[in-house]
Design a binder for this molecule. Structure first.
Ligand code: HEM
Length: 184
């Protein structure tokens, strides 16, 4: 019996929600959406764990109220073992527009029974203005969205309905726990 309990404990300790590496920062954006991240002098790496099998959207908005535009977002998904990913910007409540300059790099996109993991990185400051938003010390207005089903094509992402939100996060900090403030 004790051995069985030990096994159960070990399995729960190694859930697939564990990040693929150690990240100093984590925020729960929604009970189904966890984001891990790390920064160095010049770049930032995020790892999103989303308990759904559709697309994952993540990014920044210049709008302090947390509106989805004007925003700088990535969207991606995994379908039949193939991953789709891109750097987009938003200018309205509708389909984001693919940036002419793709500044986010996809490091990993995978699905399992529990959901989707997407890992991606970018320079804190890119030259793609006005489509990208710089990431500086202090508060960033983070936006996120996801869907339960894959888009029919990478050019046709579906409306997220209630599966979206925003949060103020201190993405670049000298250490300590980042500040999280849910907006909408
Ligand atoms: C796939 C194409 C998309 C469509 C058609 C779409 C459409 C909309 C619409 C109609 C609203 C207003 C109604 C509501 O609150 O649900 C909205 C809000 C919102 N969307 Fe999107 N969206 C898309 C992609 C995204 C992406 C990629 C993100 C973030 C990464 C995002 C984040 C948000 C947020 C945070 C809100 C609430 C704040 C606001 O009203 O602006 N959306 N979206």
């Amino acid at each position: 019996m004790l051995f069985f309990l030990y096994l159960l404990f070990m399995v729960s300790m190694t859930s697939s929600h564990d990040p693929t590496e150690t990240f100093p920062h984590k925020a729960t954006l929604d009970p189904n959406y966890h984001i891990f991240w790390k920064t160095n002098q010049s770049s930032i790496t995020f790892e999103a764990h989303v308990a759904a099998h559709g697309y994952v959207g993540f990014g920044l908005t210049a709008n302090a109220s947390g509106a989805m535009y004007p925003g700088d977002v990535v969207m991606g998904y995994v379908s039949n073992g193939q991953s789709y990913f891109g750097d987009y910007h938003t200018d309205r409540h509708g389909q984001p527009i693919r940036d002419g300059s793709q500044d986010w790099t996809l490091l990993l996109a995978t699905e399992d029974n529990e959901g989707t993991i997407m890992k991606f990185s970018r320079a804190l400051h890119t030259r793609d203005k006005p489509d990208d938003i710089d990431i500086n010390s202090g508060i960033s207005h983070v936006i996120w969205s996801y869907s339960r089903e894959d888009p029919i094509a990478p050019t046709n992402y579906t409306y997220h309905r209630a599966l979206r939100g925003s949060m103020d996060l201190e993405l670049v900090s000298g250490g300590g726990t980042p500040v999280g403030r849910a907006l909408l």
